[in-house]
Every structure is written in C-alpha cells, then in structure tokens.
Design a protein around this ligand. Sequence first.
Ligand SMILES: Cc1cc2nc3c(=O)[nH]c(=O)nc-3n(C[C@H](O)[C@H](O)[C@H](O)COP(=O)(O)OP(=O)(O)OC[C@H]3O[C@@H](n4cnc5c(N)ncnc54)[C@H](O)[C@@H]3O)c2cc1C
Length: 404
Amino acid sequence: MKVLILGAGPAGLALGARLKEKGVENVTILEKESEPGGLCRTRFVNGKAVDICGPHFLNNRYQDVLDFVFRYMPENEWPLFQRKSKNLLPDGQMIDNPIESNLWQLKWEDQIDYLESISQSGSNRGEPMPERYDEWIYWKMGKLIAENYMLPYNRKLYGRLDNIGTYWLHKLPSVTFRQTIMSCLDRRFYGEHGLENGVYYNPKLGIGEVWKRMADSLKGSIRYDSAAESIDFDTRTVVAVDGTAYTADVIVTTVPWTSFRQIRGMPEELVKKISRLGSRSLNVRWVNETLDTDAYWVYCAKEDLPFHRATLQGNFDPSFPGMLVETMEERLDMYGDTYKPIYSYTTEYAYPMNLIGKPEIMEEVLSFAKAHKVIGAGRWGEHVHYNIHEVVKQSLELADELMK
Ligand SMILES: Cc1cc2nc3c(=O)[nH]c(=O)nc-3n(C[C@H](O)[C@H](O)[C@H](O)COP(=O)(O)OP(=O)(O)OC[C@H]3O[C@@H](n4cnc5c(N)ncnc54)[C@H](O)[C@@H]3O)c2cc1C
C-alpha cells in the first residue's frame, strides 16, 4: 500500500509512525516547513525552549495515546502538572478558570450582581437556545459575564463573533446556575470543567521534542519544504511546490483545505464551499514582563491589553524569565513600544473557525474525498479545534483502519 500524508504535524507524524510500526514501508509525508511538528514546534532562544506557535501541553486523558507517545519520548522525560489557570477581568480582578465556578473569588458585592445577572439569562428563563455564539453567551451566562469577560475575550481571540455557531460548545466547561450558587455559598469550585486531567510538559525541551524524535524515526519518508500545492481526486495525485508529482493508493491530508492552490476533480460548487472555511492566525511573543500569579495560564479579557492569553513559563521552570503572550495578528499594532519581544513568531493557520454552516460543508467535503480514497484528518483535515491527544488518537485508529 502506498500512502501519501500531507503535513508533518502531530496528526501526520503519528499516522506515519504508526503505519511504519505496523510494517507499512511505502509512506511519504510532504511538509511545507523545513522542520516537523506543525503547531507543536519548539525553538531554542537564549537557551530556553520556546513553543513558537503557543505553549502546548499533552493531556493525559487517553492511555493508548500516552503509550504511543512515550515510545518516542519516555514518560520520565515528561513532568506532569495539574492545570492552574486564571481569568484577568477588565477591572483587574483575577479569578480561577472557569469564571462561572469561581465567582466566589470576587468581591462580595460583585458576586451578588453576577448571580442576579445569571438568574436573568435566557437559559434560566426557559428561552430557546440561540444558534449564534455571541447570543448564546448572553443566553447561557447572563449580561455581566458576557460583557465583562466572555465577549471581550472572544473578540480578542476571534474578531467577529456574529458568524460563529454553537455546535462546538460541548468543548467548553459546563456549569449550571445551581452549581454557580453552590460555589458562591461554599466558597469552592462546583461544575463539570474537564480541567481535572493533568498535563505533561517538559519546560526544558518544549512540546517540539517528541515530534522531532518521531520525525527521526521516519527519516527518509518526510520531504521538507514541500508544500502540497494542488490535489487531483481523479488521479489521486498531489503536486508539491517544486513541481514534483506524488501519486498514492491513499492520501491522508492534515493540511488546511484552503491552502491548496488548485483542487481538481471535485465539483466546482464544493471547491467554492471550501473557500468559505475560516481560520485565524496567531502571534506568539516571549516578553520580559510577567503577571503576579502562581497560575500557568492567564486568560485576559481586558481589551486594551493586546494579548488574550499569557503563559507564565517561570511557574513551570523558575529559570525561565518573563512570559509567552498570544495575540491575533490584527491586534499587534496595539503593542506600540510596550512588551518588546525577546522572540516573536506568527503562524498563519492557528484556529479553524467554527463558522455557522461549517459542519455541513465539512461533511460534504470529507465524504466526497473519502469516496476518492483521500482522507481528511487532524485539526485541518477536519477543520475542527482538536487538541494533540485527539488528533493522535484519531491517527492511531486511522492506521488500524487503513491496515484492514
Ligand atoms: C495557541 C495554541 C495552543 C494550543 N495548545 C494546545 C495544548 O496545550 N494542548 C493540546 O493538546 N493542543 C493544543 N493546541 C492544539 C494543537 O496545536 C493541535 O491539536 C495539533 O497541532 C494538531 O496537529 P495537526 O497535525 O492536526 O495540525 P498542525 O499541527 O497544524 O500540522 C499541520 C501541518 O501541515 C503543514 N502544512 C500546512 N499546509 C501544508 C501544505 N500545503 N503542504 C504540506 N504541509 C502543509 C503545516 O506546516 C504543519 O506542519 C493548541 C493550538 C494552538 C493554536
């Protein structure tokens, strides 16, 4: 079986490595960049491991994923951390994440206002759930959380919100109003947050190390600086930027559908729909400044602060000065002379947008492609906000399926 994989991020590498483990030798991976890892790349700057597309942590949820990953970088090289993250509100108060479970950390008078506001939300008045994300925020959390935190934070992250759907919200922490009241009375967290899992992270090596090692195991199969430029469904051929054509029995694409210059053999109407898929870029900069907290991550809703998230590397490794801040490209001008970067990197494809209508488009694209033995996988192949453990799990399962 001849398999062509597009993209050497976690999804493409895990698939290639698993197929090799199973004895499939005829695997080629085309990668646009000159190094492996995709969004999970690390560079050494002043001797420190900087995850250039944003700090990344490996969730410990799936044992089969951990067993696989630890074959390439043993468990004893991955310190396990408990999640500690905070929200910085526009008035400067900092409370644990998620906000609805931790209002008890606010000033007492504020707690009453927030609780009253949640009690008046659409969800607590029995109104039907809206289909737009911005309207859903008001409906679910009430006016105060919406306007003081959720809307400003999300505007910083996604820009426009009025075209985002609600089909993906199972990913957010789920906290009922009753649990919010209980947390205020009992002065502790209540709710389903999904944050109880630990995360593996080696602050000395960064997330990139495991993918470098996995890529080493695939030496000879990966073509770097080889962006796939066109794909032809009829002949199952991909042409790379240097003009080389690759034909395979199966093509697995983990790259953004919008990154192909040409898509041949797919109905024109469907190609047009692909152009409606949205994505967001991201700048990550390492700065000397830091925030006064023992949390690892701080989500910042304050709109006059350019970045929306800060990771305090010094709380993982005290010898790491400053913090890594994440900012949408459109907001970079706001820095002016502040937060001078020690290092700065912008990645074009960071977030697949959950636009209204996306699931229908992707269902059509993926089923058309699959019928032609072209499989969309990973964060971009499916255009879903998958995390590492999810894309690796999917690749392990896909390898099994391809072997049938
Ligand atoms: C800021 C940020 C923080 C995150 N933090 C976490 C975290 O802490 N934990 C976690 O589990 N997940 C995290 N994620 C998600 C994580 O980045 C993804 O789950 C993971 O990178 C998905 O892997 P992938 O291989 O599907 O995609 P990618 O990593 O995006 O890899 C795609 C690859 O395709 C290549 N490519 C693109 N176009 C072409 C082309 N035309 N031809 C050939 N190659 C191409 C790219 O260069 C890249 O190498 C985070 C994401 C972001 C944006």
